[in-house]
Ligand binder design. Structure first.
Ligand code: GLU
Length: 427
């Protein structure tokens, strides 16, 4: 029984809902925190959660209201940092969990940030470009009371992109009479964006995968990869694996599932996905049943879509040796146990997909110093930060005989709670 359940009055998590999954992950780390466990309750409640009404005028003259959120889970180690998600399933509980995973991720990578996340419950595909702009600008104004370059710095997440970040930067700048490039990251390049940011999350997934494969003596050349989610993260990661000699044998996205035992040809696949908005109908390979994706014969599996995808049943069927969590929160805790028992190595989200926020950090630093780095410098520094963080987590896992996830949480929560303790309680 999870002793942490129901500590808050405003969410009712279950064992498989995002906040419940996060609480269970925290539970597992408590034995390794020593004296700092005294402060652990800090991790189990967000510092601040803002719910906003976002009314916009639609192109047909009607007015529609959307629900928006910005949650600052923890600010002990620095300003809030984390993306903004536009999705029909966004709700307070999900945004809380995503904000908390940002706290852990930023601390695991030793970035000088707390954790935050935002979102709007909306299907952006149903909006025109103008409606999307009005939605973004009104949302930014509403959360403007808690964001800022030194307070909380949003970034892209599911269904948000550099153009949306440009509107957010402009709206915040207009409201404050400044040109505040540092208020969001993931911006277009000529607005203070960073080279390498768009592909950074996928690059981080590849780098952690490369390191993990080396430790498993798994040769990437000829390795078979299955990827769920073919957006910014999944497609960039898959392409890097392919360049390293791996074969992408199965892809599942919102449009469908396709398989090709010989491996897809990216030169044709990428333009197709850009034209059609998904992989469904691509001429190479074959369409497959949705659930059969989890039975794919492969060495590497990359869940890079939404949370909660790997349950106990799917964990029992996965054939990969290595699971790389490109998505945030894709694996249920009991499914984690099944994968561990089956000898399948999981590189957890808080390390695996941290490449995005790491280059966001570079972008923020470049904006503050008004001095911009080359793409090579960015990719080299990204590689080093990820490799060092993964090594530290691996050493912790070996030392305590725990999974990489619990080890990553141990490293991260130790840093967060040490900062908490040193700052002391106010007043
Ligand atoms: N949304 C990304 C994540 O989940 C990036 C956040 C950021 O760059 O601040 O890590």
């Amino acid at each position: 029984m999870n002793t942490l359940m129901n500590t808050l009055s405003y969410v009712q998590p279950t064992t498989t809902s995002p906040w419940g999954v996060y609480l269970a992950q925290v539970d597992r780390v408590l034995p390794y925190l020593g004296e700092l466990a005294r402060w652990a309750e800090t991790l189990k409640r967000p510092k601040r959660a803002l719910i906003v009404d976002v009314p916009i005028e639609m192109d047909d003259g009607t007015v529609q209201h959307f629900e928006g959120y910005r949650v600052q889970h923890n600010l002990s180690r620095g300003p809030g940092k984390g993306g903004v998600r536009y999705h029909p399933q966004v709700n307070l509980e999900e945004v809380m969990a995503l904000a908390a995973w940002m706290t852990v991720k930023n601390a695991a990578l030793n970035l000088p940030y707390g954790g935050a996340k935002g979102g709007i419950r909306v299907d952006p595909k149903q909006l025109s470009l103008k409606e999307l702009e009005r939605l973004t600008r009104r949302y930014t104004s509403e959360i403007g009371i808690i964001i800022g370059p030194n307070q909380d710095i949003p970034a892209p997440d599911v269904n948000t992109n550099p153009q949306i970040m440009a509107w957010m930067m402009d709206t915040y700048s207009m409201n404050t009479g400044t040109t505040a490039t540092g208020v969001v990251t993931g911006k277009p390049i000529h607005l203070g964006g960073s080279l390498g940011r768009v592909k950074a999350t996928g690059r981080g997934v590849f780098v952690t995968g490369r390191e993990a494969a080396r430790r498993l003596h798994l040769d990437l050349n000829g390795a078979r990869v299955a990827v769920q989610g073919f957006g910014n993260v999944g497609s960039a990661a898959a392409e890097l694996f392919q360049q390293a000699g791996a074969k992408i044998v199965a892809i599942q996205d919102h449009s469908g599932t396709i398989t090709h035992p010989k491996g897809f040809d990216f030169a044709e696949l990428m333009p197709y996905v850009q034209r059609h908005g998904g992989v469904q109908g691509f001429a190479q390979g074959e369409a497959a049943d949705h659930e059969s994706f989890w039975d794919t014969d492969c060495e590497i599996l990359i869940p890079a879509a939404l949370e909660g995808q790997i349950n106990v049943d799917r964990a029992g069927r996965i054939k990969a040796r290595l699971v790389l969590e490109g998505a945030n929160g894709p694996t249920h805790p009991d499914a984690d146990d099944v994968l561990h028992e089956r000898g399948i190595l999981v590189v957890p989200d808080v390390i695996c997909n941290a490449g995005g926020v790491t280059v966001s950090y570079f972008e923020w630093v470049q904006d503050f110093s008004s001095f911009f780095w080359t793409e090579d410098e960015i990719n080299l520094r990204l590689d080093k930060i990820i490799v060092d963080a993964l090594r530290r987590v691996w050493d912790t896992a070996d030392h305590h005989h725990i999974t990489l996830r619990t080890a990553a949480f141990t490293v991260a929560c130790g840093r967060i709670l040490a900062a908490r303790q040193e700052r002391g309680l106010y007043p």
